[in-house]
Design a protein around this ligand. Structure first.
Ligand SMILES: Nc1ncnc2c1ncn2[C@@H]1O[C@H](COP(=O)(O)OP(=O)(O)O)[C@@H](O)[C@H]1O
Ligand SMILES: [Mg+2]
Length: 242
């Protein structure tokens, strides 16, 4: 049987009667990169928040590392690194100082882990720049470094390349691939940009108005469709994804 590190069963979230995530069955294989693709408002962030126990599902269940959860259990979360929306840090501290605080809170050897994590995402260690002076791209990188501090097996990253320029996007893509291929981590990454998922992921899930329209490998999807963009336009009712 295939081993899934995340599996959701009929996972559903309603906000005031409005369906944000509608009976979603996701299957994320250990050691792979899963790209969750969907327009703004499709339900990507809500889905990830449920997996992280940040908001409870209205109905449905999910398993993480083969344990069934309803969203309230916390014991598995040290095995997960997450980046949800633009991360909040202390504006008047440097990036290094911010990460040192988070490392200490997690009982990690601060200077060693912080230096490693900053290097991984291409930010300088002990730089004088304050967080409030960071560009959006630097903030995203710092958020990624924070997600990596405790060497998690599973990374849940919500639009991690948001705000980066094309070179920054390519760099982050390469390092996310390295985390998977060389370090054996599993990644769930969301994006509203088709080409980004196409270049990054092994498997793809297409979310549209809370519904998972398709889930398969990128390879299979390409074999079935000559033009991915046209295909996405067709299945999302003509509007396309990005
Ligand atoms: N806290 C909330 N309260 C009410 N509605 C919400 C809340 N968060 C998200 N929504 C709604 O749920 C839907 C899905 O949003 P979201 O998960 O943020 O999508 P995405 O991340 O794909 O852009 C949207 O219609 C959004 O307006
Ligand atoms: Mg979102």
């Amino acid at each position: 049987m295939e081993s899934f590190i995340i599996e959701t069963k009929q996972l559903t979230k309603k906000y005031k009667g409005q369906l944000a995530v509608n009976n979603v069955n996701l299957h994320i294989k250990k050691g792979s990169i899963y790209g969750l693709l969907g327009r703004n408002g499709a339900g990507k962030t809500t889905l990830m928040k449920m997996l992280l126990g940040l908001t409870p599902p209205t109905s449905g269940t999910f398993t993480l590392f083969d344990q069934t959860l309803t969203g309230h259990e916390k014991q598995l979360y040290p095995r997960i690194g997450a980046l949800i929306e633009t991360p909040g840090f202390y504006p008047n501290l440097t990036g290094t100082e911010n990460l040192e605080i988070f490392a200490r809170l997690r009982n990690l050897n601060a200077s060693h882990t912080v230096k490693n994590a900053l290097e991984t995402v291409g930010l300088p260690f002990r730089d004088k720049k304050l967080f409030r002076e960071y560009s959006l791209g630097m903030k995203q990188r710092l958020g990624l470094a924070n997600a990596l501090l405790h060497h998690p097996q599973l990374l849940i990253l919500d639009e991690p390349t948001n705000g980066l320029d094309p070179i920054g996007i390519a760099e982050i893509r390469d390092f996310l691939k390295t985390l998977c291929k060389d370090h054996g981590k599993t990644l769930l990454v969301s994006s509203h940009i088709l080409s980004e998922i196409d270049l990054l992921a092994d498997d793809i899930g297409i979310l549209d108005r809370g519904v998972l329209l398709e889930e398969c490998s990128i390879k299979t999807l390409k074999e079935k469709n000559d033009n991915l963009e046209n295909y996405f336009k067709t299945i999302t009712g003509g509007k396309g994804i990005a």
